[in-house]
Design a protein around this ligand. Structure first.
Ligand SMILES: Nc1ncnc2c1ncn2[C@@H]1O[C@H](COP(=O)(O)OP(=O)(O)OP(=O)(O)O)[C@@H](O)[C@H]1O
Ligand SMILES: O=C(O)C1=C[C@@H](O)[C@@H](O)[C@H](O)C1
Ligand SMILES: [Mg+2]
Length: 198
């Protein structure tokens, strides 16, 4: 198959891992997750690494992993929620293929994650307030990284996967046989540059 890398960016809980894994399976392409690769390298959960070494050390590691995963791998890449904080990561992701921002509001993310214990940045007294802060710091970076924006705050996971597959055929016509012919239109802020234009 022709080489391509689809990277998913967005807030914690937006569905990068869930949607990315399912999309890769449906397309029959490799799935990568920068958080999983970090945990494979450090041998402990990210939350533990955060509390032992702090966020900056984690971001350095994340940068090394994003650099590696954007050099020569193909398929679908689910990134960590904070990977867009570094300009070098944003540039690496955009340079490697198509980037999709999975968008969801702090309220809907809070609904999903209110019982979650694995995400270190959300282990605070008021996780909704933290989600609002993260969203206001990051939304512009997610948008500037991305070629496409897909709302994942409402609706079912299967629908997001379907929408993504439909949209992808524009950039990657060689995926067409796996993609349903109808094109739903819940994308917004779309600037779907084809792989050829980049
Ligand atoms: N419409 C939806 N789209 C995506 N995920 C959904 C949806 N509805 C519910 N969920 C649930 O929300 C959670 C999303 O978690 P997931 O780990 O995929 O997020 P993530 O973007 O990878 O977060 P992180 O940045 O922390 O890695 C899953 O438990 C998933 O089942
Ligand atoms: O939003 C974030 O900054 C994070 C999200 C997760 O994917 C992990 O990368 C880690 O918990 C940090
Ligand atoms: Mg994830």
């Amino acid at each position: 198959m022709t080489s391509f890398l689809l990277s998913l960016v967005g807030m914690p809980g937006a569905g990068k891992t869930t949607i990315g894994r399912r999309l890769a399976r449906e397309l029959g392409v490799p799935f990568h997750d920068s958080d999983h690769e970090i945990e494979r390298r450090i041998g402990v959960p990210i939350r533990e690494y955060f509390s032992r070494h702090g966020e900056q050390a984690f971001r350095d590691l994340e940068h090394a992993v994003i650099t590696d995963l954007t050099q020569g791998v193909r398929g679908v890449l689910a990134t960590g929620g904070g990977s867009v904080l570094r300009e070098a990561n944003r540039a690496a992701l955009r340079g490697a293929g198509t980037v999709v921002y999975l968008h969801a509001t702090p309220q809907s993310l809070h609904e999903r994650l209110r019982h979650d214990l694995s995400r270190p940045l959300l282990q605070v007294a008021d996780p909704l307030q933290r989600l609002h802060e993260l969203f206001s710091q990051r939304d512009e970076h997610y948008r500037s990284s991305a070629h496409l924006v897909l709302d994942t705050g409402h609706g079912r996971i299967g629908r997001s996967v379907h929408e993504l597959r439909s949209q992808l055929q524009r950039s990657y016509p060689f995926l067409r046989p796996a993609v349903p012919q109808e094109l739903p239109k819940p994308f917004h802020g779309v600037h779907p540059r084809s792989a050829r234009e980049r």
